[in-house]
Design a protein around this ligand. Structure first.
Ligand SMILES: Cc1cc2nc3c(=O)[nH]c(=O)nc-3n(C[C@H](O)[C@H](O)[C@H](O)COP(=O)(O)OP(=O)(O)OC[C@H]3O[C@@H](n4cnc5c(N)ncnc54)[C@H](O)[C@@H]3O)c2cc1C
Length: 405
């Protein structure tokens, strides 16, 4: 591959190439047919190869990156390297209510900025001018951080904001999905400025990013045209939260717990179906929802945290009364994400050469399960729900047998 213009279906849309191109000739554009971001080359390329070197879409060497980041290769094949796991929430009730889970990502970033530990944080808000487009940016105040709270269930080229980190000296935190963090780590391998300036990597656990078609589908369900939208929040207002759409006529429309239905699977980009990293294994800390029976009645929200590199920040937050923090067994974390981890570590890894690392052994039954993926079969619409439930039960049983001690 001579440059990123030839990447096609391998692109994760992360934006790392656009930020790192020495000639600044790569732009991230929305492919309207697929509803995802793709890089395009807008100038003369000298084929220096940087865009391919930093691309997490073409390959990721987890062995090498784990050695670089943690000093040793990945030991836990399912959760990635970790020191401890927690369930936590911010003690700021408003912040917690407006965030996706327990507001821990937002709370940690505010603390880092307030204490002067970082000068800014790479986060993503929805663009105030174009409300259906995400806007990655470097937040430098607690107000900016709060504006960016909440999960964006649409494609986000977050890493284009690395440009500002390269331009402006200082210390930074970054927040990203697993593919964003992989891109950042690969870029740090070849760029000293990034390596020195980025001191916190906060990873958002991710099953997949729904394409823009998913948002279009939801707007249709709400009976709203895209031109009418003045604001969108994919989650918030407690846990698990609602989709909230504001329109020019001043209406506020809510769709509660829409994403829990698994509908996003229908809008999964093809590259997400080849991803092995659900848990953001290359981050310093990963953040997720606690999908566990004991939290079923939860209304305010809690964040599940996998602490990979002990930077002391969680204890600081707890000591200052900024969060409630309880240790959690790693097996509980695994249980809460079991289905997705099984799919990514086994089913999506069948005949997949994109990653180097340690993976669980794929057996005959895994291969059989892969043949019956709902997306691969032509199932009549009226039977789809029953089929998906049956398939999920099968996957969960196999995953429990293989992964839980
Ligand atoms: C696309 C996507 C898929 C997810 N899949 C799962 C899953 O399968 N299982 C699970 O348990 N959890 C999943 N999550 C994580 C979960 O929704 C919460 O983000 C996580 O629990 C942290 O919650 P919080 O309240 O601590 O974060 P908050 O305090 O709400 O902060 C969230 C931070 O993430 C940043 N952010 C939001 N969306 C994006 C994005 N698309 N790209 C880059 N940065 C972003 C925001 O800028 C903000 O700083 C997913 C999140 C996303 C965005």
């Amino acid at each position: 591959m001579k440059n990123i213009g030839e990447i096609r279906d391998l692109c994760t849309g992360c934006g790392t190439c656009a930020a790192m191109c020495p000639r600044e000739i790569i732009e991230m554009n929305v492919n309207r047919k697929k509803g995802i971001y793709e890089p395009i080359i807008v100038g003369e390329c000298d084929e220096c190869g940087v865009c391919i070197k930093v691309c997490p879409g073409v390959s990721v060497d987890f062995r090498e990156l784990n050695r670089e980041i943690f000093g040793y290769e990945g030991e836990d094949m399912l959760l990635g390297n970790h020191e401890a796991c927690y369930v936590a929430h911010s003690t700021d009730e408003k912040l917690r209510y407006n965030a996706s889970s327990g507001g821990m990502v937002t709370q940690i970033l505010i603390h880092l900025i307030d204490k002067g530990i970082v000068d800014g944080a790479l986060v993503t808000r929805m663009n105030p001018e174009k409300p259906l487009e995400p806007e990655p940016f470097i937040a430098r105040t607690p107000e900016d951080i709060i504006e960016a709270a909440g999960s964006k269930y649409c494609p986000v080229p977050a890493n284009i904001a690395l440009r500002e980190i390269l331009r402006e000296p200082g210390k930074y935190a970054v927040v990203g999905l697993p593919c964003h963090i992989q891109g950042i780590r690969k870029a740090e391998m070849i760029n000293r400025k990034l390596r020195e300036r980025i001191v916190y990597h906060l990873g958002i656990v991710c099953n997949h990013t729904p394409s823009f078609m998913a948002t279009e589908f939801l707007l249709k369900r709400l009976g709203v045209r895209r031109e009418e939208v003045t604001g969108i929040r994919y989650r918030g207002d407690g846990w698990p939260g609602s989709l909230k759409v504001e329109t020019v006529s001043g209406d506020i429309l809510l769709l509660p717990e829409y994403w829990g239905s698994g509908f996003g699977q229908l809008f999964k980009p093809s590259r997400c179906r080849r991803c092995c990293d659900h848990m953001a294994e290359l981050s310093d800390m990963s953040f997720a929802d606690p999908w566990l029976r004991e939290f079923e009645g939860e209304k305010k929200g809690k964040t599940l945290i996998v602490l990979r590199k002990g930077l002391g920040i969680l204890d600081e937050l707890k000591d200052e009364g900024l969060c409630q923090l309880q240790p959690l067994e790693p097996d509980k974390v695994l249980t809460s994400q079991l289905y997705n981890i099984y799919m990514k570590k086994k089913i999506y890894m069948i005949d997949n050469e994109l990653y180097k690392g340690r993976f669980p052994r794929i057996d005959f039954i895994d291969r059989l399960i892969s043949l019956f993926e709902p997306e691969k079969l032509k199932i009549p619409e009226k039977l789809m729900l029953k089929y998906v439930i049956l398939y999920s039960i099968l996957v969960s049983l196999k995953a429990r047998r293989d992964f839980l001690r």
